[in-house]
Design a protein around this ligand. Structure first.
Ligand SMILES: *[C@@H]1O[C@H](CO)[C@@H](O)[C@H](O)[C@H]1NC(C)=O
Ligand SMILES: *[C@@H]1O[C@H](CO)[C@@H](O)[C@H](O)[C@H]1NC(C)=O
Length: 814
């Protein structure tokens, strides 16, 4: 049944009802099946029987039958649930019109059942949700159309109002429209900010006015569209970062970030470095992620920190700026630098302690401990390094220098910093120690002894002294100087000379052992320093004997024509001591060891000569047949190599009386012309002899006293015995006189077991003055042998000697 037919049918029912006492009921919709609508029998005045009999029924025409008739009870019941909204939609009032038809008789009763609305429908929205995309920059007052809700109920049960929650940004505005509906709009009443709230969920609620009230809701989603309304913002106003120097290019230094709360491209930030002018922009760059990256190389020693202006810019050109401070961290990458400010190349060895030798400054550009420098020098050298002030060092001497020990030092200065690992550098200074004349020349020996054989040629080099000086150059140039002294009263320079350069000692003269046996002098070695230093040494020159002297026959005296005769009485026994040949040799040692031999004799069988002592003795009984005049030639030889010898002629008179001798010996007088002078010589001799005798006695007494005092000491000393010959012996050959005082001391031992010393002093008693013309003079001289052999009675001997010497002369004078 279509709608138009139904309406038509309803109209007919209503009209019909009016015709036959119309019954109306009003029931709410939605009553459940079987619910009582109305007691129709009563209402129509019909009893049950009639109804039954009349087969009462409901006639609805084409329309659907919602209500049924219960004839038994005479009531109308709900046959089908009635939905007013389905039945009448918005039409009011809404009624069901039908007829109750009865048969027998046919009757027709219109019945109207008004269906009243109940609030059985909630307002509903077509869609459950709706999404809006709204730019955050939308202006206040912007309108947004919302959907209407539909509530089929009518009247109060119909849609009454809308609410929108929450209502902080949007409010609702309803516009009544010509069709009675309402236009629902949402109006922006407060600026939006996507950055605060990007999405909003609103609930639009439609309410009806029923009891209970029913509502319908719709979700309204508002998505805010971004607008570039926010600038980027750096997370810090100042960033701090650090990087070690010498970091490789490409190292990430730090990351900065600026946030832009805008979305999408509006929130995309790029970073730039603001310092375009200076070097910073060449050293660093920043990428879009905010990574600050090192581009070049950085050196702490050049720049300790960098201040970088960084900017963050979004696509819309909004920007923020910040500062990035990059501290460069020092790395121990610099060796200390040693600068010699001044250095002496040499220093005198006598420099006082703490003499400054070098001054230097030391620098390490690194910072802190990397730049903290310590300097030291090599050990075991007499120097030390001192810090004078910040970074300035000096090298000073700290103990004595000695060029002779070390003439050069290599001073190595090493400076190292405290970094880890530590860096160091060093310089080497070569220092020469210059010489100071602090060493005197030193002789190789503490004293020298040298030997030279007498009769050397003058100028002969004897030997060489040598002194060395450990100083250098001029200070070590040694010259030798003979020191002034005198030898036996003669300046030593007349004996020797010293070569200044070579130290060779030359003999200036020919030495004579018999004059001088040794002498000593000092040689000074002096260096060339200023002032010069010197030392001296004693040089002892020993002169060695040469057999250069022939034995000298002291007795019998040989004079050209003079006659000295020994008298041998004819009664003399075998072994009679005729005389003694006395000879001396001024040489020494072997050269003076004399031996005596009989070379020639008138009668060889009569005499012999003692080899050692030169004693001439008879070896047989003298007979009358023996000639008065005997002539013996005795040769005296020394033991030198080659040996030297002298001969002496001993005249012996074999006679019993002096006149006999005289008569015999007149022959010996060859030079008669000397007789004139005889008297003169005799007187002179007598005077001299007398004088000598007195002197002799005086001397002997003095000596005796002196000797007596000395003997106690000397007899008990074990002195070695050295023959000592007087230094001033001079030969007076040809005159037969010994004009000099001829003193000599003999200290000798005759036997090694007997080491007593015996002193003999012969004075002028040995002096013989011979008159060559004298014929009758016989002299017997006690030689020194007598003195030596009879040490206990020198006085007696001497007196005897003097008497011997003197008496013949006295006799002769008278
Ligand atoms: C000092 O160094 C130089 C050069 O290296 C070297 O010839 C010299 O012998 C050294 N001197 C000393 C005393 O070590
Ligand atoms: C010689 O040297 C000694 C020390 O050896 C010294 O006492 C003396 O004075 C020196 N003599 C001279 C003349 O220099």
């Amino acid at each position: 049944m279509d709608v138009s037919n139904r309406i038509l049918w309803l109209l007919s029912v209503v009209c019909f009802g009016f015709v036959n006492g119309q019954v109306s009921y009003s029931i709410p919709e939605e009553m459940s099946k079987g619910s009582l609508v109305g007691n129709i029998g009563v209402d129509l005045g019909l009893d049950i029987k009639r109804l039954k009999a009349g087969k009462a029924r409901i006639y609805t025409g084409d329309s659907a039958q919602y209500i049924e008739l219960n004839r038994e009870r005479g009531v109308l019941l709900i046959k089908d649930k009635i939905d007013r909204e389905a039945l009448c939609r918005q039409t009011t009032p809404c009624a069901l019109h039908f007829q109750i038809t009865l048969e027998n008789p046919l009757e027709l009763f219109p019945v109207t059942v008004e269906i009243t609305d109940i609030n059985d429908n909630a307002p509903i929205f077509q869609k459950e949700e709706r999404t809006f995309e709204i730019s955050e920059s939308a202006v206040v007052g912007s309108k947004f159309m919302l959907e209407k809700a539909i509530d089929p109920d009518i009247g109060l049960n119909g849609l009454q109002r809308y609410t929108l929650r929450p209502s902080d940004h949007f409010i609702l505005k309803l516009h009544s429209q010509s069709d009675g509906n309402k236009k629902v709009e949402m109006i922006l009443q407060k600026p939006l900010d996507r950055e605060k709230q990007e999405r909003m969920s609103l609930v639009l609620t439609a309410e009806d006015g029923g009891e209970p009230q029913m509502t319908g809701t719709m979700q309204i989603h508002v998505n805010l569209l971004d607008a570039n309304d926010n600038a980027p913002v750096f997370s810090k106003t100042v960033y701090k970062a650090s990087i070690t120097e010498n970091s490789a290019a490409g190292s990430l230094i730090t990351k900065v970030s600026a946030s832009d709360v805008d979305k999408g491209s509006n929130g995309e930030v790029i970073y730039v470095i603001g310092n375009t002018a200076d070097t910073v922009s060449k050293l660093f760059h920043i990428n879009n992620e905010g990574d600050v990256i090192l581009d070049g190389s950085i050196d702490y020693e050049k720049e300790k920190n960098y201040h970088i202006d960084i900017e963050a810019i979004d696509q819309g050109g909004l920007s923020d700026s910040s500062k990035l401070i990059i501290d460069v961290i020092d790395v121990n990458d610099n060796n200390p630098v040693i600068n010699m400010i001044s250095a002496s190349g040499s220093v005198p060895e006598d420099s006082s302690h703490k003499t400054v030798i070098a001054l230097m400054s030391v620098n390490d550009p690194d910072s802190d401990i990397n730049g903290k420098v310590h300097c030291f020098i090599n050990e075991n050298i007499p120097f030390e390094i001192k810090i004078t002030s910040n970074n300035f060092y000096s090298i000073v001497t700290d103990s004595d220098l000695d060029r002779e020990r070390n003439s050069e030092y290599n001073i190595t200065v090493t400076c190292s910093d405290e970094g880890v690992p530590s860096l160091s550098s060093s310089v080497t200074l070569t220092l020469q120690i210059s010489d100071v004349n602090d060493n005197p020349p030193v002789f190789e020996r503490s004293s020298y002894e040298a030997y030279i054989v007498e009769n050397n040629t003058p100028g002969l080099s004897i030997f060489t002294v040598k002194a060395t000086d450990s100083d250098w150059n001029q200070n070590a140039r040694v010259s030798y100087i003979l020191e002034d002294s005198s030898v036996n009263g003669v300046p030593v320079s007349s004996y020797v000379s010293v070569s200044a350069d070579s130290g060779v000692i030359h003999a200036v003269r020919s030495f004579d052992y018999e004059q001088i046996k040794d002498f000593q002098f000092r040689v000074k070695a002096q260096d060339g320093g200023s002032p010069p230093l010197s030392s001296n040494v004693t040089v002892k020159i020993m002169i060695q004997d040469q057999n250069d002297n022939v034995p000298q026959v002291l007795y019998p005296v040989q004079t050209g024509g003079s006659l000295v005769a020994e008298m041998v009485p004819r009664s003399a026994d075998v072994g009679y001591l005729v005389t003694k040949v006395v000879a001396v040799d001024v040489d020494s040692g072997q050269n003076a060891w004399l031996s005596y031999k009989l070379q020639k004799a008138t009668d060889r069988a009569l005499f012999e000569v003692g080899l050692q002592n030169g004693e001439v003795r008879t070896i047989r009984q003298v007979t009358d047949k023996d000639a008065v005049k005997q002539r013996l030639t005795v040769i005296v030889e020394d033991n030198g190599q080659p040996s030297r010898s002298a001969t002496v002629i001993v005249n012996v008179a074999v006679a019993d009386s002096f006149p006999e001798v005289l008569s015999e010996f007149t022959d010996f007088t060859h030079d008669k012309e000397y007789n004139d002078n005889l008297t003169f010589y005799l007187v002179l001799a007598l005077a001299v002899v007398s004088f000598l005798f007195i002197t002799c006695v005086v001397v002997i007494i003095s000596v005796k006293i002196y000797r007596w005092r000395q003997s106690r000491i000397l007899y008990h000393s074990n002195l070695p015995v050295i023959p000592y010959y007087p230094p001033r012996y001079s030969d007076t050959l040809g005159t037969g006189t010994l004009p000099h005082v001829y003193n000599y001391e003999v200290c000798r031992t005759t036997d090694s077991r007997k080491s007593d010393c015996k002193f003999g002093r012969a004075g002028s008693q040995n002096v013989l003055i011979m008159d060559p013309s004298s014929t009758g003079t016989m002299q017997r001289i006690q030689s020194e042998k007598s003195i030596l052999d009879e040490p206990d009675s020198p006085l007696e001997v001497s007196i005897t000697m003097c008497t011997f010497i003197t008496l013949p002369f006295l006799c002769m004078s008278f």
